[in-house]
Design a protein around this ligand. Structure first.
Ligand code: UDP
Ligand code: MG
Length: 319
């Protein structure tokens, strides 16, 4: 009998936990006894009753397990914790807010049995999202793909089934500045997509603020590519070349034609343009420097309060 771990990061999802459990449990019923399941909730420092509800569930159902992180680390790290503790032959990552329809799991398992090792869900159409957000995200993924040469797909999130080989691979990537979507692609293995309709959030609100999305977007590019550093080099070369030509023009027009000094607007434009460009380059350098700084600390990704209220396991066990 194969074991499948359902990994669910949760941050203040109290209102969703029971509904989530009911729905997934019912949906997966027909898969017994061919497959066994564990429901691994990762409590990412919730300040509501999320964890109490999971404890309630565990009283009735031994398959429910949980890791209680020592604080809120963010979804990317919560998922890393899930990968560390999941025991299944395959791991399915899902959101707790019922935006990922459980019945897609049948299809995922079907492809898994056919030998695919990373079966990822692709959203058909996002409900309740503005035109602007959709366009912005599409454009972003286009840029990311160009830069990173890692084909991170748009509309593909964290609803996916990963075979044990992928999990073992991802577990070795201990970077603290995580962009998990890039990691799935980086480890490779046989991939297959399945489509699903993203539902609206069952209860509560999204945890993403616009600023954190922009942050994640920058992380996505800077963790997967050093191309932005090249931009400064290329533009620097280009600007030097143009300046050289312009210098000749100015020299000749002064020496040959003896023009008086024109060019106040040119000066202002040049100063502003170059100033802005230099700041941008510094910012790009800073992004990478910051990443290096964070990674060189080499801190553990997270600490846990408990595993099923029992014992804090050692981070080292999982490396
Ligand atoms: N989440 C988490 N830690 C956080 C933020 C979110 O574990 O710091 C979880 C959240 O509980 C949910 C999933 O990540 O299960 C997706 O979050 P959300 O629904 O807010 O994101 P969206 O669906 O809007 O992208
Ligand atoms: Mg959601």
């Amino acid at each position: 009998m194969k074991l499948i771990s359902i990994c669910v990061p949760m941050y203040n999802e109290g209102e969703n936990i029971y509904a989530f459990y009911e729905q997934i449990n019912q949906t997966l019923e027909p898969l017994y006894p061919k497959y066994n399941f564990e429901f691994l909730f990762i409590n990412d420092g919730s300040v509501d009753d999320s964890l109490d509800r999971v404890r309630e569930l565990r009283k009735k159902d031994e398959r429910v397990k949980f890791i209680d992180l020592s604080r809120n680390y963010g979804k990317e790290v919560a998922m890393a914790a899930g990968f560390d503790y999941a025991k299944g032959d395959a791991v399915i990552t899902m959101d707790a807010d019922l935006q990922h329809p459980p019945h897609t799991i049948f299809e995922m398992i079907k492809y898994w049995e056919e030998g695919y090792q990373d079966v990822y869900g692709k959203r058909n159409e996002r409900k309740g999202e503005s035109w602007f957000k959709k366009k912005a995200s599409e454009t972003y993924y286009k840029i990311l793909r160009k830069f990173s040469k890692i084909p991170v797909l748009s509309g593909v999130g964290d609803y996916r089934l990963l075979d044990r080989v992928c999990i073992e691979g991802i577990k070795k990537l201990r970077e603290s500045q995580r962009y998990t979507k890039g990691l799935y692609m980086w480890v490779g293995y046989r991939k297959k997509e399945v489509f699903f309709d993203a539902e609206e959030r069952f209860a509560g609100e999204t945890k993403w603020k616009f600023s954190s999305l922009v942050g994640l977007a920058i992380d996505g590019i800077t963790s997967n590519s050093t191309f932005p550093l090249r931009i400064s080099t290329f533009l620097g070369l280009l600007i030097s070349f143009i300046s050289f030509i312009y210098m000749l023009v100015v020299l000749i027009s002064t020496l040959v034609f003896g023009n008086p000094i024109p060019g106040y607007p040119t000066l202002v434009i040049l100063i502003l343009f170059l100033g802005g460009f230099q700041l941008l380059s510094l910012g790009i350098l800073g992004e990478y420097l910051g990443k290096i700084f964070m990674e060189t600390k080499d801190r553990p990704l997270y600490f846990i309060q408990s595993y099923n209220d029992e014992y804090p396991m050692n981070e080292e066990d999982h490396k």
